[in-house]
Design a protein around this ligand. Structure first.
Ligand code: ADP
Ligand code: MG
Length: 240
């Protein structure tokens, strides 16, 4: 579904992604782990073109999305993203937050968008929150709304960048559980996380990144029980 070929990205002189190549298959859950500053967020942002890349190519369903002529709005509609900080609009209600993009981009009329939003809120266990403002929600609830908002665009792929890192510990589980449900439904997901339990339990493949390189990738069993690279072993010894 996504093919990354020799991707390079620098900020000024600093090479942040050195030559990243990988494939994300349809329906796969790929977890990206690695130390802070290794390029994980930059990698995710390149996948939906929130970053301009320096070299290499990214294909989405065999269309080169790093091509200048690609319709970025259309691409972002297919590739939803959830961030560490939820970025909900504070002056809009929960349902307004969720229906805004589908209505503004014209993929749904207001009625369809509201129906979709209510279904998604139901799935997130937040049906009764449709008409409240974000400030009245807990962090875990806000993040579930942010996930619902991304899903409202009917994406084919979801990118999660440390979606639980800003949450109080007691709220991490409720967000991971929503992510697990999505994975079970067959959503293609690329998940940057420090939650190794989630990686072990849910992922089909784990990428270990360090210094802008995918040092090692494999099944969760391979990476967690039998890592080959010394850097992977060192990283895991610190986080497990
Ligand atoms: P990670 O998500 O793995 O912590 P990032 O992709 O955020 O890593 O960052 C990788 C490196 O790129 C870091 O050294 C970071 O300081 C640098 N970096 C990230 N974004 C920018 C930016 N907009 N401008 C300059 N440097 C950046
Ligand atoms: Mg990051």
């Amino acid at each position: 579904m996504i093919r990354v070929e020799k991707l390079k990205k620098s900020y000024g002189k600093k090479e942040v992604l050195k030559e990243v190549s990988t494939v994300i298959n349809d329906g796969e859950v790929v977890v990206v782990i690695g130390p802070s500053g290794s390029g994980k967020s930059t990698f995710l942002r390149c996948l939906n073109r929130l970053e301009e890349i320096n070299e290499g190519k990214i294909f989405y369903n065999d269309i080169e999305i790093t091509d200048k002529d690609v319709d970025i709005d259309k691409l972002r509609q297919k590739i939803g993203m959830v961030f560490q900080h939820f970025n909900l609009f504070p002056h809009k209600t929960i349902i307004e937050n969720i229906t805004l993009a589908p209505i503004n981009t014209g993929i749904m009329n207001k009625e369809e968008a509201q129906k979709t939003a209510l279904e998604l809120l139901g799935k997130m266990g937040l049906s009764e929150k449709a008409d409240v403002y974000p400030a009245s929600l807990s962090g875990g609830q806000k993040q579930r709304v942010a996930i619902a908002r991304a899903l409202a665009m009917k994406p084919e792929v979801m990118l999660f960048d440390e979606a639980t890192s800003a949450l109080d510990p007691e709220m991490v589980g409720e967000v991971l559980s929503v992510m697990k449900d999505l994975a079970k439904e067959g959503m293609t997901m690329v998940v940057v996380t420090h939650e190794m339990g989630f990686a072990k339990e849910v992922s089909d493949r784990v990428l270990f990144m360090e210094e802008g390189i995918i040092y090692e990738e494999g099944s969760p069993e391979d990476i967690f029980s039998n890592p080959k690279e010394i850097r992977t072993k060192e990283f895991l010894s610190k986080v497990l």
